[in-house]
Design a protein around this ligand. Structure first.
Ligand code: NI
Length: 257
């Protein structure tokens, strides 16, 4: 029983074998997957997946690298309308990306702030994308009072100091493929310290493929490898990790029964 909190199964990289890939995830024990729609193209394809499969849910939001393409008012109301759909469980991925120089920083920050405000209004958790922008991400989350909704720090790559600040704001910390890499000292140390009731796992498929498939396409079935690495780091069984990360995911997305 595993829960992949972050996947892009609508990616064209799966066009040749999407059905089989989803079947492999089910066979690997992946019970639930949240697919992320993050711009004009991927929001509709994400909604289509969530409507087709009972075990696939959707998160919708505007990615910082695509901030430049956002028609702020129009697209915010599009996201707001979609949030009323029963399969939409979060707003995301949203945040800041200072690595890819595709959208100006000030514009990224406006788009990020507006979506935090929307999430607070709609009482939805947020999924945070953060690349090379730790300080500003934490600052904006604090300034906008994001602790009111909380959410997920997706594929967390920051320090324990940053993780602590996010935990204080009611965020879950989610780990992906990098914790399976031999040389990934920092994420492993952070994972070890994250309280069990705040730990999540994900794949970010088709990206960030775990060892031993690094360099190949990632898929949700491989979340099991992330779970195995997490179990080893925490010194508990795979069953326990699966159970607690699934429980946390259901809680985070408001799916707990
Ligand atoms: Ni993503």
């Amino acid at each position: 029983m595993l829960f992949d909190t972050h996947a892009h199964m609508d990616s064209p990289k799966f066009d040749d074998d999407r059905e089989e890939m989803i079947e492999r995830a089910r066979a690997a024990g992946v019970e639930t997957i949240v697919n992320i729609g993050f711009n004009r193209e991927t929001i509709p394809t994400t909604m289509a997946l969530a409507e087709k499969y009972p075990f696939i849910y959707a998160a919708v939001g505007w990615h910082p690298t695509d901030a430049i393409d956002m028609k702020l008012e129009e697209d915010l109301s599009w996201i707001e309308r979609l949030c009323a759909h029963p399969k939409v469980v979060a707003i995301g991925e949203i945040g800041l990306d200072y690595y890819w120089d595709t959208s100006p920083k000030d514009l990224q920050q406006i788009v990020f702030r507006e979506q935090i405000r929307l999430a607070k209004r709609l009482k939805k958790p947020i999924i945070i994308h953060n690349r090379d922008a730790h300080a500003d991400v934490v600052r904006l989350l604090q300034e906008e009072g994001a602790s009111e909704v909380g959410g997920i720090m997706h594929c967390f790559s920051g320090s324990w100091e940053t993780a602590k600040q996010c935990l204080d704001m009611n965020f879950y910390i989610s780990f992906g493929g990098p914790v399976t890499f031999k040389n990934a000292r920092v994420p492993k140390e952070v994972l070890e310290q994250v309280p069990n009731d705040r730990l999540l796992i994900e794949t970010d498929s088709p990206y960030l493929t775990p060892h031993p498939y690094r360099g190949k396409r990632n898929e949700p079935a491989f979340v099991r490898l992330v779970a195995e690495a997490a179990a080893e780091i925490k010194g508990i069984s795979l069953e326990e990790i699966a159970k607690l990360t699934t429980r946390n995911s259901l809680e985070c997305f408001g799916l707990a029964r």
